[in-house]
Design a binder for this molecule. Structure first.
Ligand code: ADP
Ligand code: MG
Length: 695
């Protein structure tokens, strides 16, 4: 009887796995045969050549074939130690196995063995000894040893490398030739080997050349699939229904431009031109604006929102935090009310009162408001826009792909979409995470900005640091103190870290006794937060002790000093973001990063911030240090993790994959491939791409 082989079958049915091991494999996120097949090796060991015993060097991992003699065993502190002598034509060496008593029944004098292990100096015999035997095979008299490259898999203590290797070998042996998923043209153009060959070779490569080809093929597939997924999302919104053609910039936009208290920078003008062109086009705009903190993205957003109002539509502006939503609301109202543009704020504060909420929802659905600013409350059910023309999302990395589309569903036509981020995302990540968006950069900072003087200080200098803060405040300016934790931690690991509450108590009762201080953190009620921020903005409060709630966007130009406590606990990109809160006014600004002097590595890391103000450079560093998951915060970026492609090493593959995907998706001749493409997306990424794999 023959069974059909399916990659979606449970891993339990692979020979050598069974229910007990299947349960262990779940810990490695392996549930199906496909998961096992794509459980790629973490690294490889080169076991492709034998070492003569006379050439064995201390510390090396060696492969030796020889015969064993003098098998002895003894007990020491409850351990069974087996010793033997291995001999080849060039010499002999001692072997040691710890705690594997059962081997006594297997090993026989005169047996031929292939040994893999690490050579160590042995003080008993005053010679070399192989005492970390990873693996050995018993060979028949004239059997050739099986040499090659050994895969080393990511694993847990409960599952040995051998079990994984055997399971994967059995899976590969039972697997029929894998169906090719890429069209022949792409394979040829990119000089890729077949999927079947690559999948087999990535686990058990013949040599390093083959391994390299396999890895390249699979990394290409992974990136190609993601790119196709993103482009299908883009194509779908562009195909299904037509977008909105906004009118050319007219009197209202010009009036708003005039109202701005400054001239736009060259980059702001350039980006607004690109945005205008997108908005005027019939295709829905999908654009990402990347600009370092303080580069003036908000002004561009404001103009785009005015442009949609000018065309008779409503605009939505989604901010990542309540504080920011309020801040934008205040700025926008002050500028736009005079022009007859009605700006509304939809915040948690409003939505808590049913009466206020219903009234606001009514105003939105009856087009009594033109621009609505809010947090994620904006995408909640019940909010129906009369005529949504543009959605602006600030600090996009805090929203996932799916939340983005939620807001789009709120409209009958496809509104234009503008995404803004101050997180300087390296190009590779932009392409993988925002591959469905067109990207504009604002590189130029508004004129007159002075670089922020940044210094990494050890905790011993704390007193001096706060003296500087005090003198700045006495000179009329304001300061932030940022702390990683809100309250004292029960956890032992964090016990040495002072909380925002503790630091606030110390400072406001100590050196800043005579100065108005306030504490701000995320767990406070929105109303209290607003009040505290308002007082700080108005200059009533001089020193604000806070957690990272001020990280994004808060704009108080009079604040000229920031002290970050326990700075070693933050990522570089995050610190850069925080630092962007100062240096917004005319005064010289300071950012002081206090860290535990014991953590030398941490301090060295912080010193990078002293020398560069370039957010992109810092983000690259950070990404290298912490990996993409940490960089964005797990689940924040809303896209699948990469299993084999590497965002640094594989930039060239990524660019090729993107180009290939673009051609592939726009060429309608390829429609016949879409079914298999969707199938593969579903296989690889489950419901991450559910919007496009559904049908
Ligand atoms: P971002 O959102 O990119 O971090 P903002 O839009 O908050 O930056 O702008 C930062 C500060 O710079 C604000 O105080 C803003 O008023 C000011 N600003 C923006 N554009 C200009 C400009 N072209 N000239 C002078 N100041 C500007
Ligand atoms: Mg901003």
């Amino acid at each position: 009887m023959s069974f059909e082989f399916k990659l979606t079958d449970e891993v339990m049915y692979v020979k050598g796995v069974g229910p007990r091991r299947a349960a262990l494999l779940e810990k490695l996120n392996i549930f199906t045969k496909y998961d096992l097949l794509t459980h790629y090796p973490r690294t490889y060991e080169n076991h492709s050549s034998l070492t003569d015993i006379c050439d064995v060097l201390e510390g090396e991992t060696v492969l030796i074939v020889g015969e064993i003699y003098n098998i002895t065993s003894r007990e020491a502190r409850g351990l069974t130690i087996i010793n033997a002598i291995l001999e080849d034509d060039t010499g002999y060496i001692k072997l040691t196995w710890f705690n594997q008593k059962y081997l006594l029944n297997k090993l026989r004098e005169g047996m031929r063995l292939l040994i893999i292990g690490k050579a160590k100096y042995d003080s008993w015999s005053h010679g070399l000894c192989v005492n970390q035997i990873q693996n050995f095979t018993i060979l028949d008299d004239d059997e050739e040893p099986e040499l090659g490259i050994t895969p080393i898999y990511p694993s847990t203590a409960a599952i040995s490398q051998n079990v994984l290797r055997t399971a994967i070998k059995n899976l590969l042996n039972s697997m029929p030739t894998l169906k090719e998923i890429l069209p022949q043209e792409i394979l040829q153009a990119q000089q890729l080997i077949s999927l079947d060959k690559a999948m087999r070779a990535v686990h058990f490569p013949k040599d390093f050349i083959e391994l390299d080809q396999a890895r390249r093929r699979l990394a290409f597939d992974e990136l190609f699939l993601i790119q196709c997924g993103l482009m299908l999302i883009k194509k779908q919104t562009q195909d299904e229904r037509l977008g909105i053609s906004h009118k050319k910039n007219g009197a209202l936009v010009k009036a708003a431009l005039k109202k701005l208290p400054f001239e736009l920078t060259g980059d702001q003008k350039k980006v607004f031109r690109a945005v205008s062109k997108d908005m005027e086009s019939k295709l829905p705009m999908r654009r990402l604006i990347q600009g370092d903190v303080g580069s003036g993205k908000t002004a561009v957003a404001l103009l785009a929102l005015v442009k949609t109002v000018q065309s008779g539509f409503q605009g939505a502006f989604m901010a990542p935090t309540e504080i920011l939503a309020v801040q934008h609301y205040e700025k926008f109202s002050a500028l736009l009310n005079d022009l007859g543009i009605r700006v509304g704020l939809l915040s948690a504060k409003v939505t808590r009162s049913k009466k206020l909420k219903d009234e606001l929802y009514r105003q939105i659905s009856e087009h009594e408001l033109d621009i609505i600013i809010g947090t994620h409350a904006l995408i909640q059910e019940g909010v129906n826009f009369a005529r949504l023309g543009l959605v602006v999302t600030d600090e996009q990395h805090r929203f996932g792909v799916n939340q983005r589309s939620e807001l789009e569903k709120k409209s009958d036509t496809v509104p234009d979409m503008l995404v803004m981020t101050a997180t300087p995302i390296p190009r590779t990540m932009t392409l993988t995470v925002y591959g469905d968006l067109d990207v504009s950069l604002i590189k130029e900072l508004p004129p007159g900005r002075k670089p922020i003087k940044t210094e990494a200080k050890s905790i011993r200098n704390r007193k001096k640091v706060y003296e500087l803060v005090r003198s700045e405040i006495l000179a009329g300016r304001q300061a932030y103190v940022v702390c990683p934790l809100i309250e004292h931690s029960e956890s032992e690991m964090l016990a040495h870290i002072e909380s925002a509450e503790e630091i606030f108590d110390t400072l406001s009762n100590g050196i800043f006794r005579d100065i108005p201080c306030a504490l701000l953190h995320g767990k406070m009620r929105p109303h209290d937060k607003d009040e505290i921020m308002e007082n700080f903005r108005d200059g009533k409060t001089k020193l604000l002790v806070s957690t990272t709630v001020i990280e994004v966007g808060v704009d108080v130009p009079n604040a000229s000093v920031m002290v970050v406590e326990h700075a070693e606990r933050f990522g570089l990109a995050q610190l850069h973001q925080l630092r962007g809160r100062v240096g917004r006014g005319a005064a010289k600004s300071y950012c002081i990063l206090i860290s535990d002097s014991k953590a030398d590595v941490a301090k060295a890391r912080l010193e990078v911030l002293e020398t560069t103000q370039d957010g992109f450079k810092l983000a690259e560093e950070d990404l290298k240090l912490r990996g993409p998951g940490q960089f964005f915060g797990e689940a924040q970026h809303g896209l699948p993790d990469l299993k084999i492609a590497d965002v640094f090493r594989d930039l060239d593959i990524l660019i090729q994959a993107r180009d290939a995907a673009e051609k592939f998706i726009t060429d309608d001749d390829n429609l016949k491939y879409f079914a298999s493409l969707r199938e593969n997306l579903a296989l690889a990424y489950g419901d991450k791409f559910n919007q496009i794999t559904a049908n």
